[in-house]
Design a protein around this ligand. Structure first.
Ligand code: PLZ
Length: 460
């Protein structure tokens, strides 16, 4: 049965290729881009976009591609979602900026009210708004340090928290995020991640040992009383869609509570219905002290937030938090439109439905292609990890080949992972089920093509 994106679609919800990918008009723009845009800002798939809606992206050559990326988990409500576009237009025509620290407006307060309502826990909460995920993480750390009077911050292997100086220090992966950009901020301590596929001794050992290993290392290397905050993504994003075993996050949260450590859940990629709940922490009933959000919060406009326990948030003196643009009125209007869309269409349920459709197909793919060592994720945040069959040696080459084959066939896919060997899937939550099926078929064909090109493994 065909399902349409909630609210109807402005663009035909179909894949249509009329040129090679990228086409000639995109290649012209790419050449101009190379002369004008800094090389350090990379582009994964250089089709220049003219329009996007629901589950499709159209380009300057007239191609229509299926979107399995959502601009890295941002346009969960669909691109240019009607409620977002309408509220943005209305707000932009009224006023575009005053600076909330100079003369405030209701939209900022309303977004903070929504955050209090939607984030885990019914305790008294406060929020502060910022422009990017990295900025939210920076501020969560500032707040945790201020509230505790402590300095150390614990982060994890494979973590991603941003590209600013402090957040580079929190991010685990060197290339491309950190290489030669140091010196990095101090007082950051990295602990092993409960990574079921890669924990020494395997999945059961990860479940049994990871929490104990982390807390023992914190005790030995840092000292609980020095730790201001532990920050973790409930499901790691850029680091490879790593899902910790059930109980790990809960255990970590209670360990933090026991030692007066602020537990920060970085829900920048997992938040706002992506994993089948409003926030990924809800799955296990984990109650973070602070939550960082960004990405899907505003349907594509730049907005981020720190939300948390009133007594922690309000430990900061008046004037201690802020920024010129944080909680810009147009971005707040977009957020109110996005949140309204998520609630009206129960996009958390749609994320679960997407998972129900995709997971069996991904597991079948893993049976057919031994290069797939793991299928994981939750809701509409799903991934496959590729290794040399029968080993844990990462296979970024086949990962890139599969991704490229998808792109050429008109399916936007993303890769991730510390070793670049994870294909991740983040379709807009409003994608039609026919497009979802077609995208999965393209993925299956891409595996067939990429794996048939593989060199036969050496004898023996
Ligand atoms: N925390 C969990 O996923 C952003 C990064 C893309 P910003 N992830 C996409 C890239 O290569 O720069 C992210 C995240 C988590 C923090 C961030 C940072 O959010 O809005 O990109 O600053």
């Amino acid at each position: 049965m065909t399902e349409h994106a909630p609210g109807g679609s402005r663009l035909p919800q179909q894949r249509r290729l009329v040129t090679e990918i990228p086409g000639p008009a995109s290649r012209d723009l790419l050449a101009r881009r190379e002369r004008a845009v800094a090389r350090g800002v990379s582009t994964m798939l250089p089709v220049f976009v003219t329009d996007a809606d629901g589950g499709v992206i159209t380009d300057v050559d007239g191609n229509s591609l299926i979107d399995f990326g959502s601009g890295i988990a941002v346009v969960s409500v669909g691109n240019a979602a009607p409620r977002v576009a309408a509220r943005v237009a209305e707000q932009a025509a009224r006023f575009t900026h005053t600076c909330f620290m100079v003369t405030p407006y209701a939209g900022y307060v309303e977004v903070c009210e929504e955050l209090a309502r939607r984030t885990p826990g019914t305790h008294d909460k406060r929020s502060a708004l910022f422009n990017s995920g990295a900025e939210a993480v920076e501020n969560a750390v500032k707040i945790a340090r201020h509230a505790t009077g402590r300095q150390a911050v614990v982060a994890f292997d494979h973590a991603y928290h941003g590209r600013t100086n402090l957040t580079m220090a929190l991010t685990a992966k060197n290339m491309p995020y950190k290489d030669k950009f140091g010196p990095f901020a101090g007082e950051i301590y990295r602990m092993p991640m409960a990574y079921p596929l890669r924990w020494p001794g395997g999945r059961d050992a990860a479940r049994a040992e990871a929490l104990g290993a982390v807390t023992a290392q914190i005790h030995a290397q840092v000292g609980e009383d020095n730790v201001a905050a532990v920050i973790i993504e409930p499901i790691q994003g850029e680091g490879g869609f790593v899902v910790p075993p059930e109980g790990f996050l809960r255990g970590l949260a209670s360990y933090c509570a026991e030692h007066g450590i602020v537990f920060i859940a970085d829900e920048i990629q997992t938040g706002f219905c992506r994993t089948g709940d409003w926030f990924a922490c809800e799955h296990e009933g984990v109650l973070p002290d602070l939550v960082t959000t960004a990405k899907a919060i505003a349907g594509g406009l730049p907005l981020a937030a720190v939300t948390g326990r009133a007594e922690i948030m309000d430990s900061v003196h008046v004037g201690g938090l802020g920024g010129t643009y944080g909680g810009n009125p147009v971005a707040c209007a977009a957020a109110l439109g996005a949140i309204e869309t998520m609630a009206a269409h129960d996009l958390a349920a749609r994320a679960r439905r997407i998972g129900d459709i995709m997971l069996p197909r991904l597991h079948k793919l893993a049976e057919a292609y031994p290069v797939i060592a793991d299928v994981r994720g939750r809701g509409a945040m799903l991934a496959v990890e590729l290794t040399r069959p029968g080993t844990l040696d990462p296979d970024p080459v086949t990962t890139a080949a599969v991704s490229r084959a998808c792109h050429q066939a008109g399916l936007v896919t993303l890769t991730c992972g510390t070793f670049g060997n994870v294909l991740r899937f983040l379709p807009p939550l409003v994608i039609g089920e026919d497009l979802l099926d077609e995208g999965l078929t393209i993925l299956e064909d891409a595996f067939a093509a990429a794996c048939s090109l593989e060199e036969p493994s050496p004898a023996g």
